[in-house]
Design a protein. Structure first.
Length: 317
């Protein structure tokens, strides 16, 4: 549980250099279709900023709340256009009740349905999309960054937020700077293409990082009463891999350990895994670790099964 200031200093510095370098490269290349390659690179960098923000929100980086919130707002609101206060509150509720059908905001049926119960009650877009949602899942992830931006702006008006003025100023400052730079450097058509590629790939990367964590794992209801250990372990999935996987997924490939010890610094999760897995084996608690490809297959299979009632309804109609 010890702090890792050296690790986070190096990681945040590397991400900051890549962020600045990406935008510098964008300006230097100028009005060229090669900027679409920069858009792809910046999508990955924005994803890394989001992963650093995640660690900051869990106080893995800074011990004090005020410092964590200030750094989180700079990284999220100013850096990638995501409301830190809104996301932190939502993510805290997810950690308290992961994969709970009524209490986890991450499995609310907005566009997708996550259980057959939700499918039976679905209407509008979830009902239409739910029939083929397993096939549409990854294409829909290209809209995830737009969803984050819209939800962040909406939360400024509808959610109780600390430091609302600072949140709003940094968020709209990001949007203004982003659009100004893109449309100053590129002609309109090329600028729109850059934004579409950048935001689409950013959303897909972010969604692909978070999808293996819980999608396709058991969904809890109000009738379930697991203890803390089982609530966190049985609804989470680890992803097997080496250092590249650790970097690409930001340490969230150790999802079980992260849910048991949310404030544990990312580089310590690999060490904690040995202890946690052994303890789960001693208690007879299922501990799931798969490859990244298998995690996606399980998630997509679960989505396909959840949409089954809608396919039957469609066939009857």
């Amino acid at each position: 549980m010890g702090r890792r200031p050296g690790y986070y200093t190096a990681r945040i510095s590397a991400v900051a250099v890549l962020y600045a370098g990406g935008w510098a490269g964008f300006v230097l290349i100028g009005a060229s279709w090669w900027t679409l390659a920069v858009a792809g690179a910046l999508a990955l960098v924005f994803g890394q900023v989001a992963l650093v923000t995640h660690d900051i929100a869990h106080r893995q980086v800074f011990r004090l709340r005020r410092m964590s919130e200030s750094a989180g707002r700079i990284a999220a609101n100013a850096g990638i256009g995501m409301g830190f206060g809104w996301w932190q509150e939502k993510h805290t509720r997810h950690h308290a009740n992961p994969n709970h059908e009524q209490l986890d905001p991450d499995i609310v049926p907005d566009l997708l349905v996550w259980t057959r119960t939700q499918a039976a009650e679905a209407s509008g877009l979830p009902r239409l999309i739910g029939r083929s949602q397993a096939y549409l899942f990854f294409p829909l992830l290209t809209l995830e960054s737009l969803n984050l931006h819209v939800a962040s702006v909406r939360a400024l008006r509808t959610r109780p937020l600390r430091h609302r003025l600072a949140e709003a100023s940094l968020l709209f400052g990001h949007f203004a700077c982003y659009l100004t730079v893109v449309f100053l450097v590129l002609p309109p058509g090329m600028a729109v293409a850059f934004i579409a590629v950048h935001q689409g790939l950013f959303g897909m990367y972010l969604g692909s990082v978070f999808a293996p964590n819980h999608k396709g794992m058991p969904v809890l209801t109000s009738a379930d009463r697991p203890d803390f250990l089982r609530r966190q372990v049985l609804t989470s999935r680890n992803v097997r891999g080496g250092r590249i996987t650790d970097i690409a997924l930001g340490g969230l490939n150790y999802q079980i350990e992260h849910h048991l010890f949310p404030s544990m610094p990312t580089p310590n999760l690999r060490k904690a895994q040995v202890v946690v897995r052994r303890y789960c084996e001693e208690l007879g608690v299922d501990y799931l670790e798969t490859s990244l490809a298998t995690s996606y297959r399980q998630a997509l299979r679960s989505l396909h099964q959840a949409g089954a009632p809608l396919r039957r309804t469609g066939a009857t109609a």
